[in-house]
Design a protein. Structure first.
Length: 558
C-alpha cells in the first residue's frame, strides 16, 4: 500500500523530473537549439499542471475525514473497573493501552483509530458490543477482549499505521466525491424549474447582478466539483489497487493478535465464543420481535441490554441446549464494571433505535422512552387497538360505502362477516388492509427521507457524510391473509382484555403476548388462522368461551 502511494507520487512528479532533466541538459550544453525551447516550455506547463492537480487531490484526501462508527463513549470516571480490566490486559499482553472505551449497540468488538479527528498519534479506541457487558460474566468478557486488545500492538507499528491512514483517506475521499455528485444532481433538479438566467425576468433591474453572482458561484462550484470528481476517480483507482494488500495485512494483524492473546485466559476462550453466538441470537430476536414494534409507534425501550439477559434466560428455559447457561448468572456480570449501568443502557438503547430505525436524538412527545414494566400497556395494548381500529374502519367501508358504519366494533361482527361473506369479500378486506399498511409504511419512509442524516458529526470534513439509519434485516412482505390474521387476533386480544380480565404481556423472544391468568396464550393465533383460511369459527368461539371473552361486547378502540 505504501508502494502504491509512492508510485502515485512518482507519477505526479514525472513531468517535473522531465523538465529538470531538460534544464540540466541545456545548462551543460548537451542539448540546445530552438526546438528544445518549445519542449522545455511544454514540460514546464505539464509539470505545473501535474503538481497542481496532485496537490489538489492530496488536499482532498488529507482533509476528508473517515466516518466514525456511532458509539456511546464511556469515560474512565464512569467505569474505573472496566478501564482497569482493559489496562491489565494490555500490560499482560505487552501492548499499548487503548486510548478510550466506547460501546456499540451490536454484538461485536473492535479497535477503531480516531486519530484523524485529533491529528495526534494515539492508540485506537476499544469498541465493545453492549450486549456482551450485560450477558457475559467478567471473566468471559476478559477472555473475549484479549485478542482485540492485543491488536493495539500492530496498530502502533509505524508502517501499519501509515498504511491504514492511507486506505482510510482514500475511502473518505471516495465518499466525499460521491456526496458532491449527489448534491450536484439535487441542485440540478432544483434549478430545473427556475427561469433561465438570460431571460428578461432574470436580468431585469437588480436581478441582473443577482444572476451574474449566481453564475459566478455556479462556475466556482463546477470547478470544485470537477476537482472532487477527479480526486474520487484517483482515490478509487488507488483503493482498487491496494484492496488485496489491505485485506492480507489485516488478516496478518488479526493472526498476530490472536497468537499473542493465546496465553491469556485460554481456558475461557471457547466458552466466551459460545456466549458471543448466544448473545447475537438473543439481541437479534429482541430487536426484531420486541424493540421494532415499539419503535414503529414512537416508543423506544430504554433498557435493551437488560432485556437481552431476560430474553436469553427465557431461551435457556425453553432450549435443552442452553440448560447450563443459567448457572452462570450467579457470577458477577460484566455490566458491574460500569458505575451506572442503567444510564449507559439507556444511552445505548437510544442509539440502537436511531441506528436501526431512525428517530430524533432526544426524547419528545412522539419519541419517548418506555420501561419494560410499562411496555405491555404503552406498546402492546396500543398496537392491538390500532390494528382493531384499522380492521373495523375498512369493514365499515365495505358495509356502508357512503359513510361511517353504525354497527358496533365487536368480535362477533367479524365472525359473522367472515362466515357470511365468503372467500371473495374476505380477499377484498385483506386487500384494503394490506394497502393501508403499505401506505403507512411508505409515509414513514418518506418522513425518514425528509429528516435526512440522523447521526451527525461522523464525517465533518469537506463533504463528509453522516450516518443514516441502517435498518434491520428485511423481512418478506406479509400476505393479505397474514395481515387479516394479525388484525383479527388484535380484536380478540382487545376483547379478552376488556371483558375477560386478560392483560397485555411481553414475551422476551416472541414479542407481544396475551396473558390469561398470568399465562401466555399463544394458541389464539392458530384458531384465528383457521377462521381466515377455512371460514370455520367454531374453534375460535370455543376458545373465547373457555377464556370468558364476551364476543358481543364492543371493544375499546384508539
Amino acid at each position: 500500500m505504501l508502494r502504491i502511494r509512492g508510485a502515485a507520487l512518482a507519477l505526479a512528479l514525472l513531468p517535473a523530473a522531465g523538465a529538470v532533466i531538460v534544464f540540466a541538459a541545456e545548462t551543460t550544453g548537451r542539448v540546445g537549439g530552438p526546438g528544445w525551447a518549445g519542449v522545455r516550455v511544454a514540460l514546464c506547463c505539464a509539470a505545473v499542471l501535474a503538481l497542481a492537480t496532485a496537490a489538489g487531490v492530496a488536499a482532498v484526501i488529507a482533509r476528508s475525514r473517515p466516518a466514525v462508527s456511532p458509539t456511546v463513549p464511556v469515560e474512565e470516571s464512569a467505569a474505573a473497573d472496566l478501564y482497569e480490566l482493559v489496562r491489565d490486559l494490555a500490560e499482560r499482553l505487552e501492548v499499548p493501552v487503548p486510548s478510550a472505551v466506547a460501546l456499540t449497540p451490536d454484538c461485536d468488538s473492535w479497535l477503531e483509530d480516531r486519530s484523524h479527528r485529533t491529528r495526534e498519534r494515539v492508540p485506537p479506541v476499544l469498541v465493545i458490543g453492549s450486549p456482551f457487558l450485560w450477558w457475559m460474566r467478567v471473566a468471559e468478557l476478559r477472555a473475549l477482549l484479549a485478542p482485540v486488545v492485543a491488536g493495539t500492538g500492530p496498530s502502533a507499528h509505524p508502517d501499519i499505521a501509515a498504511a491504514r491512514r492511507f486506505v482510510r483517506g482514500l475511502d473518505a475521499a471516495v465518499a466525499v466525491a460521491d456526496k458532491a455528485q449527489a448534491r450536484r444532481e439535487g441542485e440540478a433538479q432544483a434549478r430545473a424549474g427556475e427561469p433561465h438566467p438570460g431571460s428578461h425576468t432574470a436580468l431585469a433591474g437588480s436581478g441582473k447582478a443577482t444572476a451574474l453572482a449566481g453564475t459566478a458561484a455556479r462556475a466556482r462550484g463546477a470547478v470544485h466539483r470537477a476537482l472532487l470528481r477527479f480526486a474520487g476517480f484517483c482515490a478509487r483507482l488507488m483503493l482498487r489497487a491496494c484492496a488485496q494488500h489491505a485485506a492480507e495485512m489485516e488478516r496478518g494483524v488479526a493472526a498476530a493478535a490472536a497468537s499473542r492473546a493465546q496465553g491469556v485466559d485460554h481456558a475461557l476462550r471457547t466458552a466466551a465464543q459460545e456466549q458471543v453466538g448466544l448473545a447475537y441470537a438473543g439481541w437479534d430476536r429482541l430487536l426484531t420481535r420486541v424493540a421494532l414494534p415499539a419503535w414503529r409507534i414512537g416508543r423506544w425501550p430504554a433498557r435493551l441490554d437488560a432485556g437481552v439477559v431476560s430474553a436469553l434466560t427465557e431461551l435457556s428455559h425453553r432450549d435443552r441446549l442452553a440448560e447450563g447457561f443459567t448457572s452462570r448468572l450467579g457470577e458477577r456480570p460484566a455490566c458491574d464494571l460500569l458505575d451506572e449501568p442503567g444510564a449507559v443502557d439507556e444511552a445505548v438503547s437510544l442509539l440502537a433505535a436511531r441506528l436501526f430505525h431512525g428517530g430524533p436524538a432526544e426524547a419528545g412527545p412522539d419519541w419517548a422512552p418506555v420501561d419494560w414494566q410499562a411496555y405491555p400497556e404503552e406498546v402492546v395494548d396500543r398496537i392491538w387497538r390500532a390494528r382493531a381500529a384499522r380492521l373495523f374502519t375498512h369493514l365499515d367501508a365495505l358495509d356502508r360505502p357512503g359513510g361511517p358504519a353504525e354497527a358496533a366494533a365487536t368480535p362477533v361482527r367479524i365472525l359473522e362477516w367472515l362466515a357470511e361473506g365468503g372467500a371473495d369479500r374476505t380477499e377484498e378486506l385483506a386487500a384494503r388492509i394490506g394497502a393501508a399498511v403499505a401506505r403507512e409504511s411508505a409515509r414513514e419512509s418518506r418522513e425518514e427521507a425528509l429528516v435526512g442524516p440522523l447521526i451527525p458529526g461522523v464525517g465533518d470534513g469537506p463533504g463528509g457524510s453522516a450516518v443514516t439509519p441502517m435498518g434491520l434485516p428485511l423481512q418478506a412482505p406479509r400476505t393479505g391473509r397474514e395481515l387479516m390474521t394479525e388484525h383479527i387476533t388484535a380484536v380478540i386480544c382487545c376483547a379478552a382484555v376488556d371483558t375477560a380480565g386478560a392483560a397485555p404481556g411481553l414475551d422476551w423472544l416472541d414479542g407481544p403476548a396475551l396473558l390469561v391468568d398470568g399465562v401466555s396464550r399463544a394458541d389464539l393465533t392458530g384458531h384465528v388462522l383457521g377462521l381466515v383460511e377455512e371460514g370455520d369459527s367454531r374453534p375460535l368461539r370455543d376458545w373465547m368461551a373457555a377464556v370468558g371473552v364476551r364476543p358481543d361486547k364492543p371493544v375499546r378502540l384508539v
